[in-house]
Design a protein around this ligand. Structure first.
Ligand code: 5GP
Ligand code: ZN
Length: 114
């Protein structure tokens, strides 16, 4: 998708503070962090929302979580704890329509989320 912000990060057209880059997944620091650690884990395939996922994406979705787990350990937040969030559509506050798993940690989280 040429007009997608996160696809432009994957292609290198827009710079990102990259934490992990493999054949299927890119992870980079959020530009407006909501916690001391706030990293976005995205698939390299353009998928707009959770609603656009199907069976063929099962492995890729699992990979997003395995990468989040690995980065949490790298960032040293795995034992204290962290939160993963994927917002879907307007009511959840999704603002970039290329699915992304938020990895948030380094502070105590409140529940329920706002
Ligand atoms: P959403 O609201 O869609 O769940 O999350 C989108 C996230 O992308 C937000 O946390 C926002 O701060 C982040 N974001 C938006 N534009 C950029 C950007 O240009 N660079 C980076 N690194 N993050 C961005
Ligand atoms: Zn995209």
């Amino acid at each position: 998708m040429t007009d997608c912000l996160f696809c432009k990060m994957i292609s290198g057209e827009i710079k990102a503070d990259v934490v992990l880059d493999d054949d299927k997944v890119l992870a980079f620091r959020d530009i407006n962090p909501q916690a001391p650690v706030h990293i976005l884990v995205i698939p390299k395939e353009h998928i707009a929302t959770i609603n656009d996922l199907d069976e063929a994406h099962s492995d890729m979705v699992g990979q997003l979580y395995l990468v989040a787990k690995q980065i949490a350990a790298q960032e040293g937040i795995h034992e204290a704890g962290y939160r993963t969030v994927m917002n879907c559509n307007a009511d959840a506050g999704q603002s970039v329509y290329h699915i992304h798993l938020h990895l948030l940690g380094g502070r105590l989280m409140a529940w329920p989320p706002g």
